[in-house]
Design a binder for this molecule. Structure first.
Ligand SMILES: *[C@@H]1O[C@H](CO)[C@@H](O)[C@H](O)[C@H]1NC(C)=O
Ligand SMILES: *[C@@H]1O[C@H](CO)[C@@H](O)[C@H](O)[C@H]1NC(C)=O
Ligand SMILES: *[C@@H]1O[C@H](CO)[C@@H](O)[C@H](O)[C@H]1NC(C)=O
Ligand SMILES: *[C@@H]1O[C@H](CO)[C@@H](O)[C@H](O)[C@H]1NC(C)=O
Ligand SMILES: *[C@@H]1O[C@H](CO)[C@@H](O)[C@H](O)[C@H]1NC(C)=O
Ligand SMILES: *[C@@H]1O[C@H](CO)[C@@H](O)[C@H](O)[C@H]1NC(C)=O
Ligand SMILES: *[C@@H]1O[C@H](CO)[C@@H](O)[C@H](O)[C@H]1NC(C)=O
Ligand SMILES: *[C@@H]1O[C@H](CO)[C@@H](O)[C@H](O)[C@H]1NC(C)=O
Ligand SMILES: *[C@@H]1O[C@H](CO)[C@@H](O)[C@H](O)[C@H]1NC(C)=O
Ligand SMILES: *[C@@H]1O[C@H](CO)[C@@H](O)[C@H](O)[C@H]1NC(C)=O
Ligand SMILES: *[C@@H]1O[C@H](CO)[C@@H](O)[C@H](O)[C@H]1NC(C)=O
Ligand SMILES: CC(=O)N[C@H]1CO[C@H](CO)[C@@H](O)[C@@H]1O
Ligand SMILES: [Ca+2]
Ligand SMILES: [Ca+2]
Length: 650
């Protein structure tokens, strides 16, 4: 990898130009690289507006460049052509050299002069490289600054009356927005509550600019403690959704507060294939959603124009997904809430849906006893691999390797090697993983699958299906339609009575959902897997599990079990069959996690309505006087708003 492009903020350009990185949009997967610092970036992005004057300073670690003298170059980003037509293209290029042959001492201070030739380049970055390189030369070691609004180099007309200049730009943007197709109808509605937003992991992901796990440094979204962004860009326009929540768990809306969440014409993380506007990660978002905020809200006082085109989406159209889960020995809970234990040995269909050709399959193996004699096995099984695909997407398989305590992820039957938290953009899905601990798969349709391994010897799994899958699922996780009574339905359409099924009946039901060679998504790459699962039957008829574990009151384990499990039937079951409290504990934790997820997904009542009396419903809120009106926005707010946008680049 060369150092041609600044590797954090502009990392996706690597993707864009050379596509040598599999993934690059999410911050966690950007290779670390030295950056230069724009001292007081607010000043850089504000230079030329009233009350800014004097010099600007950029600093860098001079040891990163083995040279006596450096050149400091200005690079710019541009999008040209008719929006949403084939002529719409992006350009990232060297503009001019700000300073030649400057001593490499790690600092450069200058008084910016208005640019005459390049003043229509409003977004860019500085590049510092050896003075022996020619202007704009590629493949040289370089240190980049953050991408930023190039206020400091804009022309005389900006310097003369920046508010008038920005007002004009804001109105041009307004006119353009009126002509462009509306995207608001196309983006997902926001979850109503913070709990929902954090639970709906198939469709929403933490916004790095405002993360409750990282201390809620929500500089821009003042009043919010957490924001999420839609995982998928909208299908036709590549637009993005952003939803922010306050400490009470309610949405922060632009109607109430300048810190409200705003949808984006360009998804901040871009959209496949990432190569054309408005799908270019970071940059397109800057052009359509951030620079316009500078024009309307920061460099002039026309924020109402901005919010007219970027109003927060309420949650009226939002429907929480339905969740099904499997954990422990395995115990399954269907989308409509039926629970049962199925300890077949083989490969089974958990979810099938002809709506998007979704298939989620689980393989079980006999549970090895953790305590007890070496190599002894309990007469119970647990999931050891989960494989999935939707609509000819890449196939993802998550499994427990035969001789390791970790988790292995296979992409199209090849093992992936992660060393750190990773996010990947794959065909038809996104994958995020905390290596060894858990994997989340987000399919294009909004289906979310979480696989994790607690201290147990088996995998636990949660599947989230969006509302549109109603009436379109079958398999061990049941027919998703709000009616629990038809969840135990065989392939041939007959159903078991959910009230009067014996464990033996349920075993027959489970066996019916064994997959076939032709539909299997699994990888058979060891002799054991070939013998056991490919050449052998998909459901092993010779394996007869414990159906009902006996509970002997004189057994000393029982007392400990009661202490640990309380009334959790799944925990009790697994302690009795494995005689291992740790297994029961894992089952209990997974079960609790699932229950917590269900609670989180409950519809909240926290959407605020404007009531007849002119007050917002719900908890009293404080609103921002004059936000979105033509009057002065307090400078403090401007400052954190700028800081917030800067933080988009961090
Ligand atoms: C940064 O620049 C802004 C605008 O010129 C100024 O108001 C602010 O005080 C500066 N901050 C620091 C820390 O120097
Ligand atoms: C830059 O401006 C600051 C504040 O106006 C001043 O203290 C400093 O001396 C200036 N530096 C240079 C190199 O001109
Ligand atoms: C499991 O289902 C049974 C009915 O079949 C119900 O009585 C029980 O409460 C359920 N248990 C849990 C933990 O959901
Ligand atoms: C399946 O994927 C194709 C493109 O690969 C897409 O055109 C089609 O709409 C998708 N179908 C569904 C049901 O998602
Ligand atoms: C995975 O990557 C790490 C370092 O990135 C390396 O040490 C390890 O050997 C790799 N493992 C496999 C199985 O390739
Ligand atoms: C995955 O594991 C990490 C680290 O324990 C945790 O923070 C995260 O919530 C887990 N995610 C899921 C989906 O289980
Ligand atoms: C699901 O099927 C039921 C019965 O066939 C029908 O009444 C209902 O409208 C369907 N729901 C959806 C969302 O298609
Ligand atoms: C899809 O599956 C549902 C049941 O899950 C079935 O009623 C319907 O006929 C199927 N549609 C197609 C096109 O196969
Ligand atoms: C459907 O399949 C189940 C399991 O194989 C069987 O018990 C049942 O009799 C079948 N029903 C019909 C109507 O064929
Ligand atoms: C599955 O495929 C394997 C290898 O091709 C074959 O040996 C086995 O008989 C097949 N199983 C069934 C049920 O068709
Ligand atoms: C169960 O697991 C939790 C979380 O890892 C741990 O704090 C607790 O001590 C465990 N309890 C037992 C009995 O193993
Ligand atoms: C319509 C409107 O609010 N226009 C304002 C845009 O911003 C300029 C400069 O800040 C104000 O002077 C206008 O009144
Ligand atoms: Ca936004
Ligand atoms: Ca059902």
């Amino acid at each position: 990898m060369t150092l041609d492009y600044p590797s954090s903020a502009f990392s996706f350009m690597l993707f864009f130009i050379s596509s040598c990185l599999l993934t690059s949009v999410h911050h966690s997967k950007v290779p670390p690289s030295e950056k230069s610092t724009l001292v007081n970036q607010t000043k850089w992005q504000y230079y030329g507006t009233p009350r800014t004057s004097g010099n600007l300073t950029v600093t860098w670690n001079h040891q990163m460049l083995e040279t006596k003298e450096v050149n400091i170059e200005v690079w710019g980003y541009h999008e040209t052509g008719k929006p949403y037509s084939s002529s719409w293209t992006a350009e990232w290029k060297y503009l001019y050299t700000l300073k030649r042959s400057h001593p490499n001492r790690g600092e450069f201070t200058f008084v910016p002069t208005p640019s005459a030739l390049y003043n229509d380049w409003e977004l860019g970055a500085l590049r510092i490289s050896s003075s022996t390189a020619s202007d704009g030369q590629s493949n040289v070691a370089a240190i980049w600054s953050n991408g930023h609004a190039l206020a400091w180099h804009l022309g005389e007309d900006f310097r003369r009356d920046s508010a008038a200049w920005a007002t004009e730009k804001c109105h041009q943007w307004d006119t353009q927005e009126r002509d462009l197709p509306g995207f608001l109808e196309e983006i997902d509605a926001c979850p109503c509550t913070l709990a929902q937003a954090r639970a709906d992991t198939g469709r929403f992901h933490t916004d790095y600019g405002c993360d409750i796990e990282k201390g809620s440094v929500c500089t821009y979204h003042q009043g919010a403690v957490h924001c999420v962004r839609s995982v998928q860009a909208s299908p036709q326009y590549g637009a993005g959704q952003q939803c922010c929540y306050d400490a009470a768990g309610s949405q922060v809306l632009t109607g109430d507060s300048i810190g409200g969440s705003t949808p984006d014409r360009g998804h901040d993380w871009g959209a496949p294939p990432f190569k054309k506007p408005p799908r270019i990660p970071g940059f397109s978002h800057w052009i359509y959603d951030v620079l316009s905020f500078y024009y309307c809200c920061l460099w002039s006082e026309n924020c109402s124009v901005y919010f007219k085109h970027r109003p927060s989406s309420g949650c009226r159209r939002y429907h929480p997904p339905r969740a099904a889960s499997a954990f422990g020995d395995p115990h399954l809970i269907t989308f409509d809430g039926i629970n049962f234990t199925f300890k077949g040995l083989g490969e089974y269909s958990l979810v099938e849906s002809n709506l998007t050709l979704l298939r989620i399959q689980g393989r079980t193996q006999v549970v090895k006893l953790l305590s007890g004699k070496e190599g002894t096995e309990a007469l119970v099984t647990g999931f050891s691999a989960i494989a999935m695909q939707e609509n000819y997407s890449d196939v993802v398989e998550i499994r427990i390797p035969e001789h390791s305590g970790s988790l292995e992820v296979l992409l199209n039957h090849k093992a992936l090697n992660f060393s750190e938290q990773t996010w990947m953009d794959l065909k038809g899905l996104f994958l995020s993983t905390t290596p060894g601990l858990n994997v989340t798969v987000m399919f294009s349709s909004g289906v979310g699958v979480e696989v994790s391994r607690w201290k147990a010897s088996s995998l636990s799994l949660t599947v989230l299906l969006p509302e549109k899958f109603l009436n379109h699922s079958q398999g061990l996780f049941g027919t998703i339609n709000g009616n629990p009574r038809d969840d135990l339905t065989f392939r041939n359409g007959t159903s078991l009575d959910t009230d009067y099924s014996t464990p033996e009946d349920l075993f027959v039901f489970g066996a019916d959902w064994a997959i076939k060679n032709e539909t299997s998504l699994f990888t058979y790459d060891t002799q054991h897997l070939l013998d056991k699962y490919l050449y052998g039957p998909k459901h092993d008829p010779n394996f007869v599990p414990v159906f009902t574990p006996s509970e002997d009151p004189t057994d000393p384990l029982v007392e400990q079990m009661v202490l640990l499990c309380q009334s959790d039937p799944f925990c009790r079951f697994d302690v009795l069959t494995t005689r291992d409290l740790a297994v029961g504990n894992g089952t209990k934790l997974s079960h609790q996690r699932y229950q917590h997820l269900l609670e989180s997904l409950q519809p909240g009542s926290s959407e605020r309505m404007c009531q007849d009396n002119g007050l917002w419903s719900g908890e009293p809120t404080r609103c921002l006087p004059n936000a979105g009106s033509s009057q002065q926005v307090p400078p403090l707010i401007l400052t954190w708003a700028i800081l917030g946008f800067m933080s988009l680049w961090q």
